[in-house]
Structures are given as structure tokens and as C-alpha cells.
Design a protein around this ligand. Structure first.
Ligand code: LRH
Length: 477
């Protein structure tokens, strides 16, 4: 038996609607609609253009056509819309790169300490975690319900409200031990009871599409709606000793574990325990990934179609030379990334990249070095042996980054699938339809059907060791 399934996958810079034919060993993808996701600054606040995105979702579903058995939605994490008592959207969802939380982080930590927060939610500190955003939220007193982005779109498509669990686990309000909203954290922060809808597990039915969507009566299925959770579900690993890097706007690097780790060492290393499918834990740390390149290209006025040429030029530049900590707070907000990278290099006494190719080479070496650091720490903190690194997502098309990651980590890198997030989304729907029995079968099917590339360490470790210790000396200054 086969079925046609549609995945809506929204990333921070672009979205897509992908259909797949699944079943009988088949997993064929067709991208039916791809669209840019362009944030908008209004009166000093950075917003998502949520109605524009919803329109593109509708357009994509129209392109998908009839004969669809199920639709699922995933997006980036942490951001939300608020509904008033009539179900109307209050304001426009704020982008996680807006700096509104800076002023409230200390207040939140005065109400509940970072140590206690980590003991409950197991989450890495990121200034945009939903709990800080809610502390800075001006519309809270008028809000009845908070819906994370995929849940908000699901509500508009079906009229049904819920909170999908993998994405809920990125809010800071979710208890990593019980898999429920944390009454303790919610209470400590004075978040109104009832703001958070009931949790839904990936695979559960989430309503039927309304007539106005053009696909009336088609079932919406909750997937691992946090894009990173979908991407990790689609890692084509065939045994347990693997690490993954879900590489797109961010590089999310880590291992999959059966239970959270909330030791003090893990907290100070800022490792997160986000919920994966079937009770798995995504033990990882965020690395500010290809954002550094996409933002540089925006400043240079280069369309993304010019990325391959830019990477080819960067591959000709010798490296590793100047390196930056991609997670330096100066790189977080939109702006003139090449100048900020130059300022970092000059501040740390390194050669300042002079050309675009040198800047991109500096970013690639820095990301490879960050991948090395995170995976070594993940292995040390979890005791998990890493035999291979699965690099999935759009970054898997970046042969330079894949090769440098193999060189810097000293590990084989298996690159692909590029559409891991959509495949994870589709996979959970296929499982709900009874077409795929379990997670290992989904991964095996992806390994069999999707093109993968392999990269092996090709250079001595010494220059990477030198660069790593140089970088450490900057970050402790
Ligand atoms: C990647 C991602 C990541 C989050 C960030 C906000 O798209 O979902 O896992 O930390 O966006």
C-alpha cells in the first residue's frame, strides 16, 4: 500500500511544501512550493510575516492537489502567536532574533534560578527561549492561548488547538522528566494558567482541514513539529554510535539519548535535552550555523544562488587561519556580519579576512571547529562513543563544510539527506498511517532511498588542534 503525504516545513530563511509517495519501500519526494521567509522590522521590533507564510502554506497545499492522505507541519522552535478569547491573533509573532528579552533575563533568573530551571527543563540557555520571550511579552494580559508557530498554522487550517511535544520542549516551560508542562516553572514566572494548550505527541491526529484551505476534510497529523526533531528522526543511521549535525540556519550538533542528562557539567557546557520522537532525547548544543553566511550574503547583495561559487572560492583559500566563535553574541542579530567577523578577528589579533572568499573560509573553518568542540563534549558528557557523524539538512550540500567537519572532528561524515526535516515530517505521518512500523525502519528506508555522500578526514589534526586552543584563549578572555 502507498499513500501521498504533504509536509509543510518552515525554516528561518525559506519554507517549502513537499509531497511524498510512501509505502512498499518507496519514499519519493516532490517539492511543490518553495518560498522565502523574510522577517519584517516594525517600530523597532523584528517580526515574522506570519500571514504571508500562511498564504504560502495555502498556496503550497493547493499545488499538492487532491489525493493527499495527511498533512503535517514543522518549523523553527521557540516562537509563538497569542490568541485572544475570540481566537483572534494578538499582534504579529516576534522573531527570536529580536533583542527584547535582554532586559528580562535577570528578572526571570531572580524568580527561578538557572540551576533550578535546568533541573526541570534540561534546556540550554538561549536568550530567546520562549520563557524569556513571555517575560518580555506586552500582550500577555489579553491572551487566552499561546500557540507555537506550527500549532498556530495548524489552528488556522483546522480550528483545533494543541501544543506538539517536541516543540513544547524548547519553550523552557516543559518538564524533561515528566514530559508535561511544568507547573513549577509556569507558576514561578506568573504565566496565566490555561495559556498553554494540551500537549500532543508526534503521530497523533490533529483535526481535519477546513473547507477554506482547498483540501477539506484532509487529516492534519502532528509530526515532530520542531524542525530539528524532524531532522534528527530522519538521520539515516543504521547503528547507535552516531552523532548528528542538523545544519541549516543553525548547526544543531549532538547525540541521541534514551534519557536526559542534567548534571552541573552538562548545564555549564550549555547542552540541551530537547524531546525527540518516541521518548528519545536530543542532547545537543546550538552552533550559529549557515546564518553567518546567509547574513553576509544579504549584506553583500548576493542571491543565495551564488552560494556554490562563493564556497568554491572559499575552498581555494588556505585554512584554518583566522577563526571565530560562531556563538559570539555579536553575531546573533541581523546586520553587517562581514564587518562583525572582521572586528572579531582584529580584536583577537588574527589576520582580518580581506575578501569575500576569505570571510566565507573563516566562517567555514570556524563552524567545523565548533562542530568538533560540541561533538567532543557531547561524547564526554554522555559517555556515548561516536563512530560517524551524520550531517543532514541544507548544509549537507556544502561539500566544503562537510570535508572540513570530517577533517576537524577526525570522523567520517555521512552527508544527507538535505531534506531531512521534510523527510522526518513525512516519516511520522507515514507511521501514523501504518506505512512504516517504527523509527529504525524509517531511518533504514531513508538510508536506502536517499542520496548520501561520504567524507573522510584528509588532513593532519595539528592545525585544528592549534586553531582550537587559539579559539579557547579568545573565549576565556
Ligand atoms: C532550527 C531551530 C533550532 C532552534 C532555533 C530557534 O531551525 O529550530 O533548533 O534552537 O531554530
Amino acid at each position: 500500500m502507498t499513500a501521498r503525504i504533504a509536509a509543510v516545513d518552515l525554516g528561518a530563511t525559506s519554507g517549502r511544501v513537499i509531497t511524498a509517495r510512501v509505502g512498499d519501500g518507496l519514499l519519493d519526494l516532490t517539492e511543490v512550493h518553495r518560498f522565502p521567509n523574510r522577517p519584517v522590522e516594525v517600530s523597532g521590533t523584528l517580526h515574522w510575516d506570519i500571514l504571508g507564510l500562511y498564504r504560502d502554506v495555502l498556496d503550497g497545499l493547493a499545488q499538492a492537489g487532491t489525493g493527499i492522505s495527511s498533512v503535517g507541519i514543522d518549523s523553527w522552535a521557540v516562537d509563538y502567536g497569542l490568541l485572544d478569547a475570540s481566537g483572534a491573533l494578538l499582534g504579529n509573532p516576534v522573531h527570536y532574533r529580536d533583542d527584547r528579552t535582554e532586559a528580562v533575563i535577570d528578572d526571570v533568573h531572580a524568580k527561578i534560578s538557572p540551576e533550578r530551571l535546568y533541573a526541570v527543563n534540561g534546556l540550554q540557555f538561549l536568550p530567546f527561549n520562549t520563557l524569556y520571550q513571555l517575560a518580555a511579552e506586552r500582550l500577555l494580559d489579553r491572551a487566552e492561548t499561546m500557540l507555537l508557530i506550527p500549532d498556530l498554522l495548524a489552528y488556522w487550517l483546522t480550528g483545533e488547538r494543541g501544543a506538539e511535544a517536541t516543540n513544547a520542549s524548547t519553550t523552557g516551560l516543559y518538564d524533561a522528566s515528566t514530559g508535561a508542562w511544568s507547573a513549577e516553572v509556569v507558576g514561578a514566572l506568573g504565566i496565566p494558567a490555561g495559556l498553554l494548550p494540551e500537549l500532543r505527541q508526534p503521530g497523533s491526529p490533529s483535526g481535519l482541514l477546513k473547507a477554506a484551505t482547498g483540501l477539506p476534510g484532509v487529516p492534519l497529523t502532528a509530526v515532530a513539529s520542531h524542525d530539528t526533531a524532524s531532522a534528527v528522526a530522519a538521520v539515516p543511521a543504521t547503528d547507535a554510535n552516531f552523532a548528528y549535525i542538523s545544519c541549516g540556519t543553525w548547526s544543531l550538533a549532538g547525540v541521541e539519548l534514551p534519557a536526559p542528562i542534567r548534571t552541573e557539567a552538562s548545564r555549564t557546557a550549555n547542552f540541551t535535552n530537547e524531546a525527540g520522537v518516541d521518548g528519545t532525547v536530543r542532547y545537543l548544543r546550538n552552533v550559529m550555523g549557515m546564518w553567518l553566511v546567509s547574513e553576509s550574503m544579504r549584506v553583500w547583495g548576493m542571491p543565495s544562488s551564488e552560494l556554490p561559487a562563493l564556497l568554491a572560492a572559499a575552498a581555494e583559500v588556505p585554512g584554518p587561519r583566522s577563526v571565530v566563535d560562531p556563538n559570539d553574541p555579536s553575531f546573533m542579530q541581523p546586520g553587517d556580519m562581514p564587518s562583525r567577523i572582521a572586528a572579531y578577528c582584529s580584536r583577537t589579533g588574527q589576520a582580518v579576512p580581506g575578501t569575500r572568499a576569505e570571510t566565507v573560509r573563516c566562517i567555514m573553518d570556524s563552524l567545523a571547529l565548533a562542530h568538533r568542540a560540541v561533538l567532543r563534549e557531547a561524547a564526554a558528557l554522555s559517555g556515548r562513543r561516536i563512530d560517524a557523524v551524520h550531517l543532514v539538512g541544507g548544509g549537507s550540500r556544502n561539500a566544503l563544510l562537510c570535508q572540513l567537519t570530517a577533517d576537524a572532528t577526525g570522523l567520517p561524515v555521512i552527508a544527507g539527506p538535505a531534506e531531512a526535516t521534510a523527510l522526518g515530517n513525512i516519516g511520522m505521518q507515514a507511521r501514523a498511517l501504518g506505512l512504516i512500523p517504527d523509527l529504525p525502519s524509517l531511518r533504514a528506508l531513508i538510508a536506502e532511498t536517499q542520496p548520501l555522500a561520504r567524507y573522510f578526514p584528509s588532513t593532519p589534526e595539528t592545525p585544528w588542534l592549534d586553531a582550537a586552543s587559539r579559539l579557547e584563549s579568545f573565549t576565556t578572555v
